[in-house]
Write a protein that binds this ligand. Sequence first.
Ligand code: AMP
Ligand code: MG
Length: 471
Amino acid sequence: MQIPFDNSYVKLPAQMFTAQLPTPVKAPQMIAVNADLGAILGIDPAMLTAPEAVQVFAGNHIPDGAAPLAQAYAGHQFGNWNPQLGDGRAVLLGEVIGTDGIRRDIQLKGSGPTPYSRRGDGRAWLGPVMREYLVSEAMHAMGVPTTRALAAVTTGEDVFREDVLPGAVIARVAQSHIRVGTFQFFASRGDMTALHALTDHVIARHYPQANGPAELLDLVIARYAALIAKWMGLGFIHGVMNTDNVSIAGETIDYGPCAFIDGFHPDSVFSAIDQYGRYAYANQPGIGAWNMAQFATALIPLMPDRDAAIEAFTAAVHRMPVIYEAEWLRAFAAKLGIANPTEDDRTLITDLLDLMTKDGADFTNTFATLNTARARDQFLSRDAFDTWADRWHLRKSDDAATIMAQANPQIIPRNHRIEEVINAGRNGDHAPFHALLAAVTNPYAPLTDDTAHFARAPSEDEQVKRTFCGT
Ligand code: AMP
Ligand code: MG
């Protein structure tokens, strides 16, 4: 299989990674392969379906030009500092410059242990692999910056968690896998050689317009604020916004116990390990700023005047909520069909969200049907909704229907559908996975008889209230 690798991370100082081959697996089988993404990477579609592809994506065969490695990083996990994390169950195969000129990583996740595995087995099971594939491709289809899924395979081996589970590997593609925690790793060790090299690499690769660390910080903050506003506009909860899961390129990364909200409540939490709701829906923007404060801290050693840098970087982090609020207003105004939002529109939006909260209205379907007579069916207090809708009709733009159709997905990967797909997958039936994937990668299309069931909110007993890391 020909992949046009062009590797740059491997040329950085040796302490930034460890050369590491994937560990071969017994009997890999293809679940899915992404020909559209393959084309962007310059991979011949015929090769993606050839028998060799499954060996490549399982880590059994290393294609020419790959330079497999595991990256070192650290991070704050639920606010607690962990000085040593790193790719514990992933290897970077290498980088490719796509047909669009963008450099991207191709990484195998679930590919076996590395020096950073600590006590883990380096493996993943089918559930999280399917979830990451579906959710990341749905996010891409909805215009959210994200890592993408190139392929998923089963390994033919068992993985031992609370249960015996089928093993799987996902090949994912990212603008890079460099995290806030990558900077923290070297800053915390006082490794200035690596910190300088990493910063230069990130500026050249992701932010060529940045002139030094201060401008880099501003640009990362702006991208991250815009990303979180997009999540909020879709009712998406990442679930594990640890600093090691924050991409410096501003992509959604490390899909674990993530979820889209069904019945809306701003305090929603799905992750079974998030006991105190640190990463609840409404906390995401505040946690985002906290994460950027950690990034700023890691950049301070690069600055000649420490006190001046602390002052400037503090101001930069304090600008994040301002940038975020503007992005949030833009995102939600579009959902209401308002082309040119003003500050006055904030109350119109928050009043709707308050009504949705009170009645547990389905987040996606409220917006998807808002421009129809069916919207009021989402509410228990229909009079209150009608009163709100009167205000909204006076305010929305003439082309509201067009704006709203592009801002409000009809179909998202709902938790209960993902669970169904995983359960079928465990029994060797991947047809439901492919049906859901087709639906969520075409999220704005009008519903048909074939897709309507994917848009339906879960009934009381279908509701999935907890999601798991599945590591
Ligand atoms: P995550 O929950 O994906 O953010 O992972 C946090 C850290 O734990 C990362 O350093 C992972 O590489 C590591 N990790 C998670 N699961 C495993 C596993 N099964 N084996 C080895 N390392 C793991
Ligand atoms: Mg992670």
